[in-house]
Every structure is written in structure tokens, then in C-alpha cells.
Design a protein around this ligand. Structure first.
Ligand code: FCB
Length: 453
């Protein structure tokens, strides 16, 4: 018999502000880096922008009805920083009012709000001052966090600082694939550090005014790196990949040190002079939970650097080849379907960091081409297998507290625009009609069955 999930385990779905809200100029909202980036020709597929998205800003009540009918007891959403501080400083009350209405309506429905403060939509005004390259942005973030916490602390108990600092720093400031579209070596590493610093400062600022039941955490994407062979060179390459994507963040957060090996990988690219005394302690401020987002594993082979001169190297040019993916099923994004990678990620964290806080799987989901009747059997089997992988990790001793499917609705999938659809619910972007897919009904029945004693 399979073991059941721990008592009180939460079942939820996740979204983020820029991906679903639309209404990018309403109620005083200022531009974010994603508005600016999407306006650059060629930056986002199809020339898509944050409009109309799923028009959630106007349709949030109907979307909460979808949550009620789904039967989930938790909803992970994000607050748009440029709605709260349109220029990165000035407070816009209409922004906070929107989230208060949303959260109060969740409470009425007995759905626990899991609030994320930063899901990639930095106010453009702060990018103009240096963005995450600049240490100042970490302080602005802590001020913003304290402000939202002061305003919504009476109705929200679960506070996540950042969603996935890795792509913010590396895709945003290293590869230029995400906003703000910069291609810098040192800048990306500084951005990663300042994101972590901002996280630590924000947790401290919120805790100073928090009630005892409030919980603070961070969400990290965890794609374990697997060497393509048993060779020492491939193992070392996989270790470099893990250092860049995972340990750059998890070691200072949970291990009390900067990732060993990170500085050596970027010799000639960065001098790490942005690390100041005391930063490590701030970053390592104890947390109540870690959120893990899992989509795929990365298969890694040793390879020569693309750019021989270290000083000219981009931040992902770390002597790896990540194209040698084994012959396994792929999702519509082309991502290999390997649920065992989720167990591996969770158990690996648990084994590496003795002080790891309780863990939620805060995102997991997939894209497949739609049939006319929205019968998405592939998504059902994907979710089923990954939930089983979470169960296996829990049985192995990982302190798991919940699972959130990405996503409730189809939405703006960053540089891919609206082409790729992750929703349990289909969105017609012309009419904004919502049509639950078969996976929505499957998840509803699955969640209901977990509650039946
Ligand atoms: C994650 C992001 C989320 C969504 C999924 C597919 O990296 O956090 O916003 O785009 O990928």
C-alpha cells in the first residue's frame, strides 16, 4: 500500500501577477521591466505583451470561483510590485486595495493565500537605477515587502519573498532571454547576490512586525543536473551546472556559506566584490519554508567553453553541453518528462542541508497541444506521476507540506508569449472564456479523494 500524504498537506494551484492580470496601466500601475522588454521587437514570441493576459484583474472573482469548484485549500499568487510602488517608491493605495479584496475573498472561501512578493516584475524605474545589479535594489525590495506586509499582514500568513532568483539573474542579466534583456557576466552574478540579499533583508523587515503564526519563505527552481556518463569529467560538469543553478542559492540560504566552486568558475569574469561583510548572515536568515518549483532535469556533458577568453564569457558558458537529453517523452515545451527528478531534487536538498525548513512544491506542470474537447490526458498522467514522486520523497523523510500545480489558467509564458498553455483551465484570449480541461476535473477528484478518510 502506498503511504498517504502527511496530515494538513495542502493542495493548491499557482499563478503570478504579470502572467495573468493584464490591466497594465490601470489604477496607477507603473511599467515593469516585463512591459519594457515585451515592447522590444523580437524579445517575446509573437510580439505578445502583458495585455490582455487572462484579464484576471477584472475577472478575479470568477477565477476564485474556479478555485472553489476545484476544491483546493491553498492558492499561490503574486503581488505586482509596480501596482504598489509604480515608480519603485511612491505608495499607490489602489494597488494594495486590489490584493486586499482578492485575499479577503479567498479567506471567505477558506482558501489559504500564499503570497509571493516578487515574481519577476521589477518596477522599470528601479531598473533605470541599475536594477538587480545594484545593491540599492535589495533595500528597495525590503521596503516594498515591509509595506505590503504591513498592509496585508492581518489576512496573509504565508509570505514568499522571491520566485526563482536563478532565471531573474541568469536569463535576465546574463543571457538576455528575459527582462531586462541584459547580457552581462559580472552583472548576472551581482544580480543573483542582490536578489538573495533583498530576500534576507525583506524577511528581517517583515519578521520585525510579524505575528507568531506568520511564515516566511523563498521559492527556488530545482532542476537537478545529471551527468550523461560515469566519467569524472561529466560528473564535474554536472557539479558546475548544479553550482550555477542551485547551490549558488541554496548554499548561502541553508548551508551558511557561498557555494564552493562558484568563484573558481568565474575567474576572470567576476571578482565577487559585491559580497560585503555581513551579507551571508542576512541571506541565511532562518526561514519557515522552502518552495521548490520542478519541471525537468538537466543532462550534462563536459564541453569546451564557447568563448576562450574568460573576461568575455557569458554566465552560462561554464564548460557544459546540456543538449544530450536521453530518449524520454517530452512535453510541448520540449522538456523531458522525468518525475524521478522531482524526488531526487527533494531528497537531495533534505540530505545536503540538515537545517532545511519544511518544503512545499510550489510549481509543477506542463504544456501539451490541445484537442478540440480539451481532454488533456497527457497532463493528467504528468501530474499523477509527479505527485507520486512527491509522495516517494515524503516517504523518504522529506518534510513536505503541500503541492501547487502550475497553473490555474493559461497565461503569458514569458519569452514564449501566449503560445504555450500551462492551465488546468483553458483561456480563450479573444473572448476571455474559461474552459476547464479534463485535468481540472481530474485534480478536483484527486484532491477530494485525499480528504476522504
Ligand atoms: C517557472 C515560472 C513560472 C512559469 C513556469 C512555467 O519558471 O516561475 O512563472 O512560467 O516556469
Amino acid at each position: 500500500m502506498t503511504s498517504s500524504f502527511p496530515p494538513g498537506f495542502r493542495w493548491g494551484v499557482a499563478t503570478s501577477a504579470f502572467q495573468i492580470e493584464g490591466a497594465t496601466t490601470e489604477d496607477g500601475r507603473g511599467p515593469s521591466i516585463w512591459d519594457t522588454f515585451a515592447a522590444v521587437p523580437g524579445a517575446v514570441a509573437g510580439g505578445h505583451t502583458g495585455e490582455p493576459a487572462a484579464d484576471h484583474y477584472h475577472r478575479w472573482r470568477a477565477d476564485l470561483d474556479l478555485l472553489t469548484d476545484l476544491g483546493v485549500d491553498a492558492y499561490r499568487f503574486s503581488v505586482s510590485w509596480p501596482r504598489i510602488q509604480p515608480d519603485g517608491r511612491r505608495f499607490e493605495r489602489r494597488g494594495i486595495d486590489f490584493y486586499r479584496r482578492l485575499v479577503e475573498a479567498m479567506r471567505e472561501r477558506e482558501i489559504e493565500p500564499f503570497l509571493t512578493l516578487y515574481h519577476w516584475d521589477l518596477p522599470q524605474a528601479l531598473e533605470d537605477e541599475g536594477g538587480w545589479r545594484s545593491r540599492e535594489t535589495a533595500h528597495r525590495f525590503a521596503e516594498y515587502a515591509a509595506l505590503v506586509h504591513e498592509e496585508l499582514g492581518d489576512v496573509v500568513d504565508h509570505w514568499t519573498t522571491l520566485n526563482e532568483p536563478y532565471p531573474c539573474a541568469v536569463a535576465g542579466y546574463g543571457e538576455g532571454r528575459h527582462a531586462p534583456g541584459a547580457r552581462e557576466g559580472h552583472g548576472a552574478l551581482a544580480a543573483a547576490h542582490h536578489l538573495l540579499l533583498g530576500h534576507g533583508l525583506a524577511v528581517r523587515a517583515m519578521r520585525a512586525q510579524a505575528t507568531p503564526q506568520q511564515q516566511f519563505g523563498i521559492v527556488l527552481n530545482q532542476s537537478p543536473a545529471v551527468p550523461v556518463s560515469g566519467s569524472a569529467a561529466d560528473a564535474a560538469a554536472a557539479a558546475r551546472q548544479d553550482t550555477l543553478l542551485r547551490r549558488q542559492f541554496t548554499d548561502p540560504l541553508f548551508g551558511g556559506r557561498y557555494a564552493p566552486g562558484l568563484a573558481a568558475m568565474f575567474d576572470g569574469v567576476s571578482d565577487f566584490s559585491f559580497r560585503l561583510d555581513g551579507d551571508l548572515e542576512t541571506i541565511g536568515t532562518p526561514l519557515d519554508y522552502l518552495g521548490v518549483n520542478y519541471y525537468y532535469r538537466i543532462h550534462v556533458a563536459d564541453a569546451p567553453h564557447r568563448e576562450p577568453d574568460p573576461a568575455l564569457r557569458t554566465v552560462t558558458d561554464i564548460g557544459v553541453d546540456t543538449t544530450r537529453v536521453p530518449d524520454v517523452p517530452r512535453t510541448g515545451m520540449g522538456w523531458p518528462v522525468e518525475p524521478e527528478g522531482l524526488t531526487e531534487a527533494l531528497v537531495g536538498l533534505h540530505n545536503r542541508y540538515p537545517g532545511l525548513p519544511p518544503v512545499y512544491v510550489t510549481e509543477n506542470g506542463c504544456v501539451y497541444a490541445d484537442r478540440s474537447d480539451f481532454a488533456d490526458y497527457e497532463r493528467i498522467s504528468f501530474l499523477n506521476e509527479h505527485i507520486e514522486a512527491v509522495r516517494t520523497a515524503a516517504a523518504a523523510g522529506v518534510d513536505l507540506r503541500g503541492y501547487f500545480c502550475w497553473s490555474l489558467l493559461d497565461n503569458f509564458e514569458w519569452a514564449h508569449g501566449y503560445k504555450h498553455r500551462f492551465g488546468l483551465v483553458h483561456v480563450d484570449y479573444e473572448t476571455q472564456a474559461r474552459t476547464p480541461r479534463s485535468s481540472y476535473r481530474w485534480y478536483r477528484d484527486f484532491v477530494a479523494a485525499q480528504r476522504t478518510p
